[in-house]
Design a binder for this molecule. Structure first.
Ligand SMILES: [Zn+2]
Length: 475
């Protein structure tokens, strides 16, 4: 084990030496990479545009989509893609301006001067880092409010989805900002402090720290945070409650609470989900879903959701996320003291190794610059994650079908699709890149082919074999 650590250490320091080359044009590289990424995003979005001009629905949906609804869905999709493309261009312009005008370095200096004015010692690196991050976040987020205002009150409003009011929008925005600061700033401070204390071997300590934070958030989110935005009412006794409880006990799902959420307060989009600790789970159903579907259809949607739980999909996704985090932090440890990178963005290169004003080295700068450089890599990660979640969706559908919910699930998915005015046609590449779920025609087609015994009767080996075969078929 220690042999592996030593080898990894020397590989990292060799790579770090190679990467710390003043001749390497880091700033230009960031500009080029983010230009390429934007071109790619626009290309993919552009491919989806003509799909909204197809005058007829796909064969799987033609019996379910009224002419009028189909037209509405196409118009909604067209507006959304136009919005998305404008937003892509806008975000690119902002990130380009931040790099081009040296905003990262100038705001670092400005927050340093501010500290001197209010009498805070320059050696308080973590305070400086938090101020800088807050400032950077605010200058990017405040214009973003205009975008989300437009999305809610113009776009969603036009298509009849918006149920929010300006007052609710303002309080939501304020609450989100305050919460982000209340949670994000202490976590960032802890993150920086750990790197400061752990030195060269910060990766493992940071992983443990972030894992702990995720666990704490899992616990406090439903109890303290979500009630700030929505009202959760226990699902009243009746047919639906009886059905859901019976389903949960049949699957041995540790159902502790069953809630209805007032999703209709903001939007008429509908959904259902579960969450919680391994031994105590909550199921939440949107009031909009209950209103639009029969109890049997809601039960079928939940059979799909519980399929995710039964097949350990959330755990698998968490493991993938941890592996991604580990990779990110390891690569960061190559760039953390890169003087060339700091200098390219207008920072004093001495900041890459120590703090000229005393106190600890401001690693936050290295982290942000590193993120700028590696952000385009997220494109690949997004592809990969979506291909994973799409596989899981097929598996959860198969699970529900094998519990005998084929008809109800199909009907419920069609209703959801219709009431959410989801796009009837999807470009293949667009869908592969953007959709975490297969399209409705894909899901209906696949559901027709699921056969075999109920999941609950299969042995672990048989289950594994079935899943492997299903993977092969879908690849
Ligand atoms: Zn699902």
């Amino acid at each position: 084990m220690s042999g592996v650590v030593t080898k990894l250490d020397s590989a990292i320091s060799r790579l770090a030496d190679l990467a710390d080359n003043p001749a390497f044009p880091y700033r230009q590289a960031v500009i080029w990479l983010s230009s390429l990424q934007t071109a790619w995003e626009l290309y993919v979005q552009r491919r989806q545009v003509p799909k909204f001009s197809i005058p007829f629905p796909p064969p799987e949906l033609k019996d379910h989509l009224k002419k009028d609804t189909f037209k509405k869905a196409q118009a909604y999709g067209r507006d959304k893609i136009t919005y998305a493309m404008a937003n892509t261009v806008y975000s690119f312009a902002v990130s380009l301006a931040l790099v081009y005008f040296g905003v990262y370095a100038s705001t670092w200096d400005a927050t340093g001067r501010f500290m001197a004015r209010v009498g805070l010692a320059a050696s308080r690196t973590i305070v400086h880092s938090l101020l800088w991050m807050s400032y950077l976040t605010l200058i990017q987020a405040v214009p973003g409010i205009a975008w989300s205002y437009y999305y809610t009150f113009v776009l969603e409003e036009k298509h009849g989805f918006n149920k929010s009011t300006v007052k609710l929008f303002i309080t939501d925005t304020l609450k989100t900002y305050l919460l982000t600061a209340a949670i994000g700033l202490p976590v960032l401070a802890g993150f920086l402090k750990i790197i400061d204390i752990a030195g060269k071997h910060f990766v493992i300590w940071l992983m443990l720290f972030l894992l702990g934070i995720q666990l704490v958030l899992q616990i406090i989110f439903p109890i303290f945070i979500q009630p700030l935005f929505n009202k959760f009412t226990p699902l009243p006794d009746g047919e639906l409650r009886t059905r859901v409880e019976a389903l949960a006990s049949k699957l041995k799902f540790p159902l502790a609470h069953l809630y209805v959420i007032d999703g209709s307060k903001r939007s008429s989009h509908s959904n259902a989900y579960f969450y919680g600790l391994p031994w105590s789970k909550r199921i939440v159903i949107y009031d909009t879903l209950i209103k639009d579907s029969s109890p049997a259809e809601v039960e079928a949607v939940l059979a799909h959701e519980l399929g995710h739980w039964y097949l350990s999909h959330p755990t698998r996704l968490i493991l993938i996320a941890q592996a991604h985090l580990l990779f990110t932090l390891l690569v960061f440890s190559i760039f953390i003291h890169n003087k060339a990178l700091f200098e390219a963005f207008g920072f004093d290169p001495r900041l890459a190794v120590s703090s000229p004003t005393g106190g600890s080295q401001p690693v936050v700068i290295g982290f942000i610059l590193y993120q700028l450089l590696f952000e385009p890599l997220d494109t690949v990660v997004k592809f990969f994650m979506n291909s994973k979640t799409r596989k899981y969706e097929y598996q959860a559908d198969a699970f529900a079908v094998r519990l005998g919910f084929k008809k109800e699930l199909g009907d419920a998915l069609i209703k959801l699709h219709v009431s959410n005015l989801s796009s009837p046609h999807s470009d293949k590449l667009y869908s592969a890149y953007h959709h975490s779920h297969p399209t409705l025609p894909e899901r209906l087609r696949a559901m027709d082919e699921y056969t075999g015994a109920s999941w609950l009767k299969l042995s672990p080996q048989a289950k594994k074999q079935e899943l492997t075969e299903q993977h092969k078929k879908e690849d």
